[in-house]
Design a binder for this molecule. Structure first.
Ligand SMILES: *Cc1c(COP(=O)(O)O)cnc(C)c1O
Length: 399
């Protein structure tokens, strides 16, 4: 079948909750993907940073196949021989004390919400059903009802009420607003160290440190959602390291499996996860041995193949190259590691047209919020490959 026919099938029989570029991919390797017509593209999105280790990474695939032959699922009614080792390796790598494994990112967020509420009632002494969690404007934490209840994006919320109460919104980057919003009933502040879906929004220098100080002083739990920024993407294992701070709960997902499987986790370095008792939370697939074996290999690849340092070096190089593009329609190019956002002025006519042209030139990029293009290739990218990309990108984004 040709691309057109696959597209027709998707459009006729599938829900239209996405508006993908019309490229039908059938194969991937490293930074490259191929469509059904045999055309090759550089993947500049990495499935929203789930493919940090590159498409079909051979070491992760080998671990997955090995494990799939031995044991895939026991449920947590029984133990398995992959879970404990994954916990230990994750704690060592991220300086955490406890892990709770789930599947999707949204489930990790939901888990954190439940844990901090319970912590609020049991440890902090907040009156039952009064717990408040503070989040930031323009956040993205997932798509469940509770999570969209504190989204500020009307596209995510319109028509989906009634919503879950118990959330307060403050501006991202504004520590005074955070301090003002905290009450006796506040149990946690949840924030992305860099807002990914909002368009790679980097907070002012010192923001995370100040947030850490405020949360400690006021006795509330600090949650970093590192589902997109974590696991090497920004040139550090966790983006919090750029400011030398540690959250109380850290959420990871996406690249935790290198794109082979949905695996997420809540990492905790306080007693917060300890409030969850047997039967109070769980998931049939969470912590299954196949997921654990994949995650162990995905973490190993990040460290052993030097992908975190590569993200730092290549990110700087790519960012500098993009900044050289001379076009008054470009408002700003910003990034950390290989999480880069290029923002056009509102008058430029939108970023989608550029993504279409980049696609024709062999680069897959996705616009976010109409005016921003995110460049986030797999962390295995080399300098020569970035040169190749810049050669294609520069003339198109100069128009
Ligand atoms: C992608 C993402 C999520 C949600 O993850 P899913 O696996 O899509 O549920 C949550 N938080 C952030 C910051 C994300 O980028």
């Amino acid at each position: 079948m040709k691309s057109d026919q696959y597209i027709l099938l998707e459009d006729e029989f599938g829900a239209h909750n996405y508006k993908p570029l019309d490229v039908v991919i059938e194969r991937g390797e490293g930074i490259w993907v191929w469509d059904v017509d045999g055309k090759k593209y550089l993947d500049c999105l990495s499935a929203y940073s789930a493919i940090n280790q590159g498409h079909c990474n051979k070491k992760i695939m080998a671990a997955m196949v090995e494990q799939a032959k031995r044991l895939t699922l026991t449920s947590r009614a029984f133990r398995n021989d992959q879970l404990g080792p994954l916990y230990k390796e994750l704690c060592d790598l991220t300086n955490s004390h406890k892990v709770l494994p789930m599947n999707s990112g949204a489930e990790a967020v939901e888990t954190a919400i439940k844990a901090v509420r319970k912590w609020g009632y049991q440890v902090k002494g907040v009156p039952e059903n009064k717990a408040e969690i503070i989040v930031c404007r323009n956040n993205f934490h997932g798509r469940t009802i509770s999570i969209i209840s504190f989204s500020t994006d009307p596209v995510s919320t319109t028509g989906f009420g009634p919503f879950t109460p118990g959330f307060k919104i403050v501006d991202f980057g504004d520590t005074a607003a955070l301090e003002d919003a905290i009450t006796d009933n506040t149990v946690a502040f949840m924030v992305e160290p860099i807002q990914g879906e909002a368009g790679v929004i980097i907070p002012p220098e010192g923001y995370l440190r100040e947030v850490r100080r405020i949360c400690t002083e006021k006795g509330i739990v600090l949650i970093f959602d590192e589902i997109q920024t974590g696991l090497g993407r920004t040139g550090a294992m966790l983006a919090e390291e750029h400011e030398g701070v540690e959250a109380d709960l850290t959420l990871i997902g996406k690249a935790l499996s290198g794109g082979f499987y949905p695996v997420s986790a809540v990492l905790s370095n306080t007693e917060v996860l300890g409030v969850l008792k047997p039967g109070e939370h769980g998931s049939t697939f969470g912590g299954n041995p196949l997921a654990c074996a994949i995650a162990r290999a995905a973490l190993k690849v990040l460290v052993e193949d030097g992908l975190i340092e590569n993200a730092r070096e290549m990110g700087t190089y790519f960012l500098e190259g993009l900044k050289q593009i001379d076009n008054p329609k470009i408002k700003e190019v910003r990034g950390r590691g290989l999480l880069i956002g290029l923002e056009f002025h509102d008058t430029a006519g939108g970023a989608r047209q550029y993504c279409e042209q980049l696609k024709d030139a062999g680069l897959l990029c996705k616009e976010t919020h109409q005016t921003i293009i995110r460049f986030a290739p797999p962390l295995v990218i080399t300098k020569e490959e970035i040169d190749w990309a810049l050669e294609k990108i520069t003339p198109i984004l100069s128009r």
